[in-house]
Ligand binder design. Sequence first.
Ligand code: 13P
Length: 253
Amino acid sequence: MRKQIAAANWKMNLTYQQGEQLLDDILNAKIALKDHQLTIFAVPFPYLIMANSEITDEKNYFIAAQNCYSKKSGAYTGEVSVEMLKSIGIKYCVLGHSERREYFSESNQLLAEKINICLSLDIIPIFCCGEPLAIREAGTQNSFVETQLKESLFHLSSEQLTQIIIAYEPIWAIGTGKTASTEQAQEIHAYLRSVLAKQYGKATADSISILYGGSVKSNNAKELFGCPDVDGGLVGGASLIANDFIQIIKALK
Ligand code: 13P
């Protein structure tokens, strides 16, 4: 079975102390993850070491960075390299979140570079894609997300592609309380998988986890994760509340 993943994206929220408390509260729930289930916390840079030490003894719990820079090292004041993440034991990195695309002008081409540098150091990218409302209203969401995949991922070998996690996050559903229906989620996840299958073959496409993000809550997670092509979620707001995120982890297939 493909990996089923509950990923928390804290974004720019919580103090260090609040973050530590939240992790404690979630881990104290002692949810035993099955071999094919993962929980990943994408936390702000200053909390990575603390968060990683919290989960060291927990099976299938991991910490992710929310971003990294595209260059190996050098005079890039304020940026964080993949080598830095690797040197503190981080194994995952969120890339191409719509907030980074929108507020920090991250292009598909820049993201291809970030993907490459992550893979070169064995950091697993959680690659985000998803369309804005106007594209959904025009009904052209499939070709929009297909272009995002093509321009950022299709230079990879099939072996490299299997290292990646994809998160489909329709921008109109992020932080709005408006969730894609299970039909909408399943339809576009299946489409994304078919695009991967066309380029890389069915076996490779079937092995890749595609998470859904956008107003995943404790009361809709089970239904969304129940869709055959939805392999868990990337969760913003509800990941900041221990009991809500605990329910979301428990909703994994
Ligand atoms: P919300 O769950 O708050 O809608 O955020 C989704 C998201 O952007 C996760 O990366």
